[in-house]
Design a protein around this ligand. Structure first.
Ligand code: ADP
Length: 471
């Protein structure tokens, strides 16, 4: 712009000098050409005038240059600087500032722009901070967050919600919720919530995994209280509901397991009191039933206590190196009488040089007792029971085997559950509590190992578990 002005100034100077020269030439020509002398004097005058004009032109040029310099310095340079700096602001670069130190309007404008930029920078910084804080809150939340505008279009989705509904925020933002999450109940609930504009919640089941989601919605309002949409906080409560069911099933099972022997004991005690005690044979039979049921109650309570300790990690394991050959021999001695009663054969296949295992001897004893007890219970007379062990990498694999009734394929995955029995009546009749395998599984897990079962109905079962090898 200042170049244009400079050009105009120079052009104007040249034009004015040119026009003056033409007028002078025409005027003097008519007046002076009347004689030779006059002609000469005309020339002298003309050249004098021309010199004056040239001087004037030179003077005007210098003046124009001076004026241009002053105008540039006072107006164009500051304006150019302001344009450069405001462009930098527009690109988000607030490191620049305007340096105009004149005590005039341009100086004021420069200062105002600087002040405005620092306010803007501060506000943007605050906004950035708020957005970062918000983002980390949304990222850190264990619940899914889904914000929907009044038209039902998705405004925001956090990573948990992305995972829950298998969607990606950039793909779904701005799209209608109904197109993105095809769940009729959820869409109806969101629609109703948008209409009502109040806080509410609902539990919804999502197929095909039967995921149970608790959706809590509240309206999003602007400063004037106008509703802009709703935000839904979604929590996956599938596991919670499952645990609640497990707990209530457990309580029901425990009550049932306790009531059965108690009812039996009470019945026989009443019968005895009613006079049966007078008959020695009857008394003996009833008392032995009472003894059996009391034993079952006792075992049940002990098993429940063990299980609760194991499940709540209350046990302090005393880890030692356990040498299996001697350890197993000691345990089997406990079963001698029962093995004999059923004519069951028992053998061990444990190499003498087998490395020891890292275990708490008391809890490991419980594992062997429970497994061998089951083998004895579920193996018909004249069957075989044996224990094998061998080194497997950093572990020792132990197998407790029998030629018993076996476990049907569909029950195998569930027999380690509390109170799960293939045949309830048979287990009860044999004095089982339904907790033995559950306890075994927990102990082995606490010892850093794992257990599985291989079984064939009518052929027998193999309970195979790993224990860490001692160093
Ligand atoms: P229980 O007190 O009923 O024996 P457990 O937890 O020890 O409870 O075992 C659960 C169920 O697993 C048993 O009721 C039985 O049906 C089955 N089971 C366990 N061990 C064996 C085995 N060696 N042979 C056949 N079935 C078994």
């Amino acid at each position: 712009m200042q170049k244009k002005l400079l050009k105009t100034l120079i052009l104007l100077t040249i034009i004015s000098v040119g026009i003056t020269a033409i007028f002078l030439f025409i005027g003097l020509k008519d007046y002076c050409f009347k004689s030779v002398r006059a002609y000469i004097s005309y020339n002298v005058i003309f050249f004098k005038m021309l010199r004056s004009l040239m001087t004037a032109a030179l003077f005007s040029g210098v003046l124009a240059l001076f004026l241009w310099g002053r105008i540039s310095e006072r107006i164009f340079f500051p304006l150019k600087e302001m344009i450069r700096v405001t462009k930098a602001y527009a690109n988000g670069n607030f490191a620049e500032s305007i340096h105009v130190n004149y005590p005039d309007e341009l100086g004021d404008l420069g200062e105002t722009i600087n002040f405005m930029a620092s306010r803007l920078q501060k506000s943007m910084h605050e906004l950035d901070e708020r957005a970062t804080r918000m983002e980390s809150i949304l990222r850190g939340m264990v619940d899914g967050i889904l914000a929907v505008d009044n038209a039902g279009r998705i405004m925001l989705v956090n990573p948990v919600a992305e995972k829950m509904f298998n969607i990606r925020a950039p793909d779904v933002t701005g799209r209608y919720l109904i197109e993105v999450i095809r769940n009729y109940e959820l869409n109806e609930f969101i629609k109703a919530s948008l209409k009502r504009g109040i806080v509410s919640f609902k539990e919804l089941i999502f197929l095909p995994d039967e995921q149970i989601l608790r959706v809590h919605v509240s309206p999003i309002e602007d400063f004037s209280g106008k509703t802009l949409g709703i935000v839904a906080v979604i929590r996956d409560i599938t596991e919670l509901r499952r645990l609640e069911k497990v707990r209530s099933d457990f309580v029901a099972n425990v009550s049932h397991e306790l009531r059965t022997p108690l009812t039996s004991i009470k019945g026989f005690v009443e019968t005895l009191l009613d006079g049966a005690y007078k008959d020695p044979n009857l008394s003996k039979r009833f008392l032995s039933i009472i003894d059996f049921e009391t034993g079952r109650l006792n075992r049940l309570i002990n098993d429940l206590l063990d299980l609760s300790q194991l499940e709540t990690n209350q046990i302090k394991l005393q880890i030692e190196t356990v040498k299996l050959p001697e350890f197993v021999d000691e345990i089997i001695a406990i079963f001698d009488a029962r093995l004999g009663e059923k004519s069951l054969s028992f053998s061990t296949y444990i190499p003498d040089d087998l490395p020891g295992v890292k275990a708490d001897p008391d809890w490991l004893r419980q594992v062997f007792i429970n497994l061998v007890d089951n083998a004895v219970k579920y193996t018909p007379p004249r069957g075989k029971i044996w224990i094998e062990a061998e080194e497997k990498g950093d572990f020792v694999e132990i197998r407790v085997c029998d030629t018993g009734i076996g476990i049907p394929g569909q029950d195998i995955s569930r027999i380690f559950e509390r109170f799960y029995r293939v045949d309830k009546a048979r287990s009860r009749q044999l004095g089982g509590t339904g907790l033995g395998l559950s306890i075994v599984k927990h102990i082995i897990k606490s010892l850093g190992g794992e257990i599985k079962v291989e079984s064939k109905v009518g052929k027998g079962s193999k309970f195979i578990f790993l224990l860490k090898k001692a160093d």
